[in-house]
Each structure stands twice: as structure tokens, then as C-alpha cells.
Ligand binder design. Sequence first.
Ligand code: GCW
Length: 674
Amino acid sequence: FADDGYRLWLKYDRLADATVRSGYARSTQFIAVSGSSPVLTAATSELQLGLQGLLGPTVPTLARAGTRQGGIVLTVGVSGADANGLNEEGYRIVKRQGNIVVMGKTDVGVLYGTFALLRQVQTGQPLDNINLVSSPKVKLRMLNHWDNPNGTIERGYAGGSLWKWSELPETIDPRYKDYARANASLGINGTVVNNVNASPRLLTGEYLQKVAALADVMRPYGIKVYLSVYFAAPKTLGGLKTSDPLDPQVRKWWADKTAEIHRYIPDFGGFLVKANSEGEPGPQDYGRTHVDGANMLAAAMKPFSGVVIWRAFVYKADPTGDRFKAAYEEFTPFDGQFDPKVIVQVKNGPIDFQPREPFSPLFGAMPKTPLGIEFQLTQEYLGFATHLVYEAPLFKECLESDTYAAGKGSTVARVVDGSLHGYRNAGPTQTLMAGVANTGSDRNWTGHPLAQANWYAFGRIAWDHTLTSAAIADEWIKMTLTRQPQAVSHVRAMLLRSRDIYVDYNAPLGLSRPWTGVHFAPEPWQNKSPRPDWTAVYYHRADSIGLGFDRTATGSNALAQYRPDVRRQWENVDNCPLPYLLWFHHVPWTKQLATGRTLWDELCTRFYTGADSVRWLQQEWALAKPAIDPALYTDVVGRLATQHREAIWWRDAWVLYLQEFAKKPIPKPFKQPE
Ligand code: GCW
């Protein structure tokens, strides 16, 4: 069979080198498992599957190792020094009495340890003196699916929904388990199965049975199921006259519904809510606030362990306002008022998943409210499933940004992992990273085979945000594509540069949102819409003088939402870093930039070199060819060709449009588009 990408990074193909294989086989001759639970069974069968695939021999399981050596021991419940540095989900792997011991405080910790052990073999690391300790830095690591009950996916580019609602609960597609395995291998421990533009239907008994069947598949892999909820459900489903969160009947309806959900799914994860955003109903429809809405759901959740995740993606249509400022203005006044069960989920940037955004000013501005971060894995603004954009550098750039909320070193990562403000929720720290899933029913899950790396990178970073983009890329390539060193370095180079290349031909120097409609075709000229902030001209503000959105004190003053140290980095047009320049300044076409070029010449340089660099991606891919599965290789060749054609299309659309304002020639050596 050709490699169809279905097995993701859990391929477990036989290692080519027989000596290497027998080396690993000597220390993995048996698996001793003390105790039993569905999670331990999942861990054991994964080890058996993986080791047999990678090495050859079948690996027997035993109840205890006794005096035997040369095997793997899975141990739940650690104490003393072994417990140092381990939280509830962490693992420790050590060599002890001739065996490899994988231990955790819980069986889920052991499960994560087994995947880590397999990763060692898959990426060619030695096991002899293995000594690994790892605990997740963030507690809730989850995927958000924007899947609708009719099988479509909002902003999905890899086929239809994975969930076959019409077949559930009786028929369990084997794919659900493979989905759970892939997530568990990364440490992802939650999945919101339906779109935040939520259908109330998911809350009916009929659908709850189906969701419960999914939860049963996820449970042995440490994954909890969550639901997005439609705020007006008391009216539409319950037949009440109102969905006012302060109305006693509404509150009772949610309390009853939450209890009902728990009869189907006892370990239900919780609710995700998009309220009063883009036309969705919410507490403001009744003159109430985000706090009233979120705390009402938290009250319904009180008897249970679940959480309420309330999204901060809000922006009103204000023709004279700056959408950049909306979420901060609407949420910061409520800091400290949310119930401890509530987490506010904030998109990485202030606008909407653009190719490059500054971090959202909410991070660091709500010290008394647990803030989760939301990234988008599905490439809504990153070229769908045809453009190669490895997103780890985007995630890291945001997480490593310094908010200065409590002095230097107050990174977004430290806000999100709770270490900066010490978020607490009934004891344990409540922290969250969410990724809008890029999975679908396509055989290879993500459409673009290399987009699997974004799912992988998100999971790894949610577990440990200190991992580097390059290290994650290396792991993924070796587990998924090839271990041949030259090929690994070609693909790694492609992945690491891909995001900057995309930014250059699509939205350089801090431009954003040159699209309308489906968010794909370039339309920087688009100026008609029911709301100003749904036009393209609103964002780039091109005129005869220059380009960019003045967000300094002479403009919208959105910069005032950041701490002075952050503001200082960006407020001066003469030294604002170029990637953020047009986010904050309206810059004259003739202004000389740090590169020595004028704004106009610099823009042209970026658009042209960006589009040309897709050729470079094609060359690197060609150099990796001998080490890559032929079918997968050819698939990516096709996508890169499309990407090149579309990069030129985007370049030309921007350049020709902006030229009407700049009234300057395209600099040599670039050629005028025909
Ligand atoms: O980016 C925008 C998308 C919408 C999405 C919204 C959101 C689910 O275009 O499709 O709705 O963000 O995040 O709520």
C-alpha cells in the first residue's frame, strides 16, 4: 500500500537497521503491568502495537516483572523522590533493576509515558540510560471542533466531520479510537466536539446519547468530551419565554440540563460558549453581562467537576471604532467577577487568527481571571489546505511575547500556564490551551499531508510550551515522513520558513485581512459590507499618503491597552519592528525603513520574494524526494504548485491595488505583472 497518511505520526513502520532493532528489542522484551484499568490497557496495547511494528517481535505482557530483566514496567502510583516534579498527569521513565520503568501518579500519566517511550524509539533515541521526567504545564489541552450536526465543518478544509452523527450511538467508527490515540500521544486531554456557532440540537437526549458514545471511546485515552452550547437553548429547546440568565426558570433549565448530561457522561468536561458575538445569542440580549451568563452556567455545573469556557471573541460594529480594542474593553471591567469555574478563552491576537498579529492585550490584563488561549490549526487565513504553513513558530511567537504585566519576563505563556497570576480553581490551577482543529474526514485527516504537523505541534506545545519549533518539527518528520538525515533537514527547513514566506506574499509588514467572503481570494479593494470591519479597506487604510492603521495616540490609541514597556516597543514609527509596523502606524509610501528601502519598495520586495520563495519550498521538497513515500511526495508536489500560482495571484492583487495609491513604479529587479 502507498502511505495514505492515515496513521499520522503513529506509523510504527519497521526500523530499517537490524542492529538498531535488536538493540531496542533487548530492552523491550516484555511489558509488566501492575494493576488494571481501561487506561492501562490502552497503554499496554499501544506499546505492543508500536514495538511490534517498529522492531518485529511480539511483546508479551506479564502481571509483574519479578526478577526478570530487559522489559518495560508500567507503574501507577509513585512516591518519594520518584514523585518529584510530577503532577497528576506527569510521567517519569527510568532504568531500574535492568528494566525500563514508566511511572505516573495516575494511569493517564503512565499512558503519556508510554507514548513518550515509543517516541524515543520512533525518533532514534537510545533507551540505555533513559531518564525522562515530564509534566504538562497547562491543565486543559484541547481541540475545538467547529463541526456541525449536518456533517459540515465551519472553516474545515479536510473533508466533512469525523463524527458520523446519523450512525451514532450504535456504530462506532474505528476512526474515533485512532483520533483518541493521536491526541493522547500528544497529551491532548479534551475535545469540544461541536461548533461554537452551536446548534441547540446537541443538547437533546437524542444527541447526548451519541456524544456519550464518543466519550466512551475517548475515556481510556484520558480525553474528556465538552460541548459548545447555544445560549438561547432554554427558549428554543426548553420552550421557555426567555433565556435571561437571571431568570429562575432559565437557571433551573440549565441546572437540569447539566445534570441530564452527566447521566449520559459522568465525567463530562464542560461547556464552551460563544455569546453575543457575530450574531450568536447571549446574556446581552436580556441586558445582562458576560459575567451573568458565565456564572449562571457555572452555577449549573457546581455539583460536577466540569468547567465553563467563555470566549472573549467579541466585537461590535462601530464605524468609528477600532475592532482591535473591543475584547479588552468588553472584558477587563469584569476581572475578578467570574465564578472560579469559569475560564475566559482568548484568541492569540486581538483581531482574528491573522497570519501575524501582536498578542492580544487581554493577556496580562485580567490577573484575577484564568485566561485560556485559543489558536487556530485549521488554516482559515493561512491558505486553507493548499498552502504550507507550519504554525509552531506562530504559536511560539505569541507565547514568548512579554506582556510586562508583572515586570519583565511576564510572557503570554506564563499568563496562560498560570504561573504569573497563580490562577486557582477549587484547588488545582485551572489553565487552558485550545486549538481549533484542522481534522476532517479526508483519509489523511488534515488535507495537506504536512498540515498534520500543526496538530502535532499544537499538542506538544500545549503540553510544554518551552519546546522549540525546530525540535517539534524534527520529531514530527522522523515519526511521520522519514528518518533519513538529509531529508529531515530539507523538510525541517521548509517547515520553519513556511510561515514567514506566507506572510511575505500575503500580509507583510503587519498588513491583515485582505479578504472577505470565504477568506481566501485576495480582495484588498473590498469596501462594501453591512459593517465597516467586514471590509478589507478598514484594516489596511491605504490612501495617497501611505498605508497602515494608526493605533498610536494620534489614531485609535489601541496601544494604550498594552503595558508601557510593550507600548514603547511599538509606538514609534522609526523603530517599530517591521513585522508589526502597519498594525500600529499609517506610514508614508516614501518613508525610509530600517532596511534602507522606502515603504513602497519594501512592500514590493516582500511580495515578490515571498512568492519566489515558494519555488524554494518546491526545490527543498524535491531534494527530500528519495526518502519520502511516493504517493505522499506527489500529493505535496501538487499542493506546492497550487501554492506558487496562488502566491503570485496574491502578490499581484496587492501590488497592483496598492500601486494606485502609491503611484510608484515596481522597483527593479521585479517585473510588472502582466
Ligand atoms: O474567524 C472567525 C471565523 C468564523 C468563526 C469565528 C469564531 C466559528 O470566520 O467562522 O466562527 O471566527 O471564532 O467564532
